[in-house]
Design a protein around this ligand. Structure first.
Ligand code: ADP
Ligand code: MG
Length: 727
């Protein structure tokens, strides 16, 4: 065994879990480090408090004087929590979070020092952000980037820093981050959903999107992870033979959480509580060492921030527990990968869930309106929704034979399918009194009853209705939820806008009653969007064929999937909804293609290094042992050695064959990379996909074969069985 592998295993095997004492009730520490309403009420003057609440609830601007007051109070509050520094906390287009800490401390004349933080520093900053991806935005406009306070997501203290959630935009106003388009999309869905809500409630004033994400991840012992250059540099294993035992016994799913993992979770959950992230659920997932964590759902912007923050906190807490947390969608070949289900719904200011059936027929008509419009929106934009979750790492799930497929479809269960089937038959135009009664009593009146015992669930569907929300299951575990949430809310906003226009037309021109008009439009939508509904097995080859017939897209890789993002129809959709301009869209397209290309490029380089510097030399050492052995046998047994050393001789030849293949493939891969690098980004990404990526599998095949042949004592890389079962 190599020294590194031996030491790593030794370290991992002797690891002790940290005892986490939960001294305080979770409800008492919840949000303790957040500048939330409670803290604001305590620290702000009532005028300042009103002004901030107005900004949160109604998007009103906060004036400079008030901002100064808020800043001073925020600083006092933060210092009482032990903060010494502050930072604008934002989400550049790398998908991660960014921060630059400045001390409150400032020295003024005569060597006297004070702690200072005013409205200017709260509201706006100009980080030196020239190294963040901008997709040409800043080059084109010669503009710098600045961050601006987002009062809808509360500031918080993490460790000794006051973190202020901000947007990140260029001087000419283009969004350089993920949050800005999300906020605009949430504004769009608010506007158009509120307008539709007014059909049912004249006083409707606001609709918020809600998001409850479920984060899957792997925990690997830190020493073992460090012993693998592929995990360290790419977040996944690029080689490794499957262990004899994987997940075939299903003994990990919902099993007892291992002690070390448990103490990590307790520690993490305490941190989350302090930061106001309402985590609630934890359990083992399907694969060994795979876990899931889910919070109570929140308003979408806050939920997105909380997911990004959680991922940061997980990295920090895992270090304390000597774990490495893996967010990659497919860290290990042959066992399940990870996703991040995005549970999504719409909620009114009074707390009504618009995707939850109600007690009266009118409430149910409202439910059906939002339900059917969402399905229609997904149908019209299925390819864009697929693009919203495209990444090099998520391709391992979506394009491969694993949950869910790259084809977007909607699952609603047999009972709601039956309801929609009935609604398809509603008479065109005016309804007879008999039909109206029938609809109210027998069709929409029955919805809450049937949903109560609606137990059918389809785990293979990428977009499933689960009783009172839609669950977008194809989102990658590593991705920032902002992008899929921006797309989903934008397409629903656009759909609701169209719905309102069509209903109003029927009321004004055809003289239909409001509910008649709604039934009429819904009927057409149900018919039009039928092709997106699918209740069967989403993994099968049969569905691929069927989906093709239905005209649904099936873009298996990121470069193919991203193309739709710059289509004319998509640009006008985003422009019409005021979510993104063409410049912003093109910038993101370029950045995503570049990220894809770089990811594959790094994987290719790392694998080439491992194959040539670790695998091949080890195979040669073992081959030499076999040669030595054969030579010795010949010396003793003469020509008889050919029979005695038959196995060894065959093995010597097989090893040679694999070594030759590896060397040839690595050279070819390097050549393919060189050619791909000379091309413009769109072509380069396509090349990395079709001409470089296939080598990863081929090279791995030969390396994994060698792993099964070479003496375990010599093998330098920590094996799957050690990575996955040492705890
Ligand atoms: P599972 O999908 O694992 O069976 P649940 O159905 O209990 O789990 O819920 C999953 C997630 O859905 C949770 O994170 C929860 O907060 C979220 N959720 C529940 N209601 C809503 C809603 N109205 N809007 C958004 N998310 C919701
Ligand atoms: Mg779920």
């Amino acid at each position: 065994m190599s020294k590194i592998r031996f030491n790593a295993l030794n370290e991992a095997l002797h690891r002790k879990s940290i005892n986490i004492k939960e001294t305080e009730k979770r409800s008492t520490i919840f949000g303790k480090n957040v500048f939330n309403r409670n803290a604001m009420q305590q620290y702000l003057t009532s005028a300042a408090y009103e002004s901030v609440m107005d900004a949160i609830l109604h998007g009103k601007k906060i004036d400079r004087k008030i901002a100064d007051q808020v800043a001073v109070s925020m600083k006092d509050w933060a210092m009482s929590k032990g903060a010494t520094h502050y930072t604008h906390w934002f989400q550049p287009l790398t998908g991660a979070t960014a921060e630059k800490h400045d001390a409150f401390f400032e020295s003024i004349n005569g060597g006297i020092a004070v702690e200072k933080f005013d409205g200017e520093q709260l509201v706006q900053q100009e980080p030196d952000a020239s190294s963040f991806p901008n997709g040409g935005i800043r080059n084109t406009f010669e503009a710098r980037g600045y961050t601006a306070w987002d009062p809808t997501s509360p500031a918080f203290v993490y460790e000794t820093t006051l973190c202020i959630p901000t947007i990140f935009v260029s001087y000419t106003g283009e969004a350089l981050d993920n949050k800005t388009p999300l906020l605009r999309a949430l504004q769009a869905v608010d506007t158009h959903a509120t307008a539709v809500c007014k059909y049912f409630d004249k006083n409707a004033s606001k609709v918020s999107a809600t998001l409850g994400w479920e984060q899957e991840y792997f925990l690997i012992d830190e020493a073992l992870a460090i012993s693998r250059p592929d995990i360290l540099m790419t977040g996944r294993t690029l080689l490794g033979h499957s262990p004899a035992k994987g997940q075939q016994l299903d003994d990990h799913y919902f099993g007892t959480i291992p002690k070390r993992a448990m103490s990590f979770m307790q520690d993490l959950e305490q941190e989350c509580m302090l930061l106001g992230i309402p985590v609630k659920t934890r359990h083992n997932e399907v694969a060994p060492n795979q876990f899931e964590l889910a919070p109570i759902f929140e308003e979408a912007n806050l939920a997105v921030d909380h997911n990004s923050l959680l991922m940061d906190v997980m990295e920090k807490v895992s270090k304390r527990h000597k774990f490495k947390v893996l967010f990659h969608e497919k860290p290990f070949e042959g066992i399940n990968g990870s996703g991040k289900h995005n549970n999504w719904s719409l909620e009114t200011a009074s707390g009504t869930n618009l995707l939850s059936p109600g007690k009266t027929p009118m409430k149910n008509l409202q439910f059906l309106t939002f339900f059917v419009n969402t399905i229609k929106a997904v149908f019209e934009n299925e390819e864009l929704l697929r693009a919203a979750i495209a990444s090099a790492s998520n391709d391992h799930r979506l394009g491969a034979n694993e949950a869910p497929p790259a084809i977007m479809s909607v699952f609603i269960g047999s009972q709601l399918s039956a309801v929609l089937d009935e609604l398809e038959n509603v008479t065109k135009g005016k309804l007879s009194p008999q039909e109206k009664t029938d609809l109210k009593l027998n069709i929409i009146g029955k919805i809450p009853e049937i949903l109560l015992d609606n137990t059918d669930r389809n785990r293979t569907s990428p977009f499933a209705f689960t009783g009172n929300k839609f669950e977008f299951r194809a989102v990658g575990s590593w991705s920032n939820c902002a992008t899929p949430m921006t797309v989903l809310n934008t397409i629903v906003a656009k759909q609701l806008k169209e719905f309102k226009i069509e209903v109003d037309k029927l009321i004004d021109i055809k003289n239909l009653k409001k509910d008649e008009a709604i039934f009429n439009v819904l009927r057409e939508y149900i018919k039009a969007s039928k092709k997106i509904r699918f209740e069967g097995d989403g993994y099968g080859i049969a569905w691929e064929k069927e989906a093709k017939k239905r005209g649904l897209s099936n873009n298996k890789t990121t470069p193919a999937a991203l193309k739709i993002k710059v289509a004319k129809s998509v640009v006008s959709l985003f422009e019409e909804m005021e979510v993104m301009s063409e410049v912003e869209i093109n910038a993101r397209y370029e950045i995503e293609l570049e990220a894809y290309t770089k990811k594959i490029q790094i994987e290719s380089r790392v694998l080439a290094d491992i194959a040539r510097n670790h695998v091949v030399p080890t195979a040669i050492i073992y081959q030499n042992t076999l040669l030595e052995n054969t030579k010795n046998l010949k010396e003793i047994f003469g020509e008889e050695y050919k029979n005695i050393a038959k196995e060894q001789i065959e093995l010597i030849m097989t090893i040679s064959k694999h070594i030759t293949e590896i060397n040839a493939l690595v050279s070819q891969m390097t050549e393919a990379r060189k050619i791909a690098n000379t091309k413009v980004i769109e072509k380069s990404a396509a090349d990395y996909d079709s001409k470089v990526k296939p080598f990863l599998k081929q090279i791995r095949y030969h390396c994994d074969k060698l792993e099964t042949m070479v003496d375990d004592n010599l093998w330098p890389l920590t094996k799957y069985r050690e990575l996955l079962f040492t705890r």
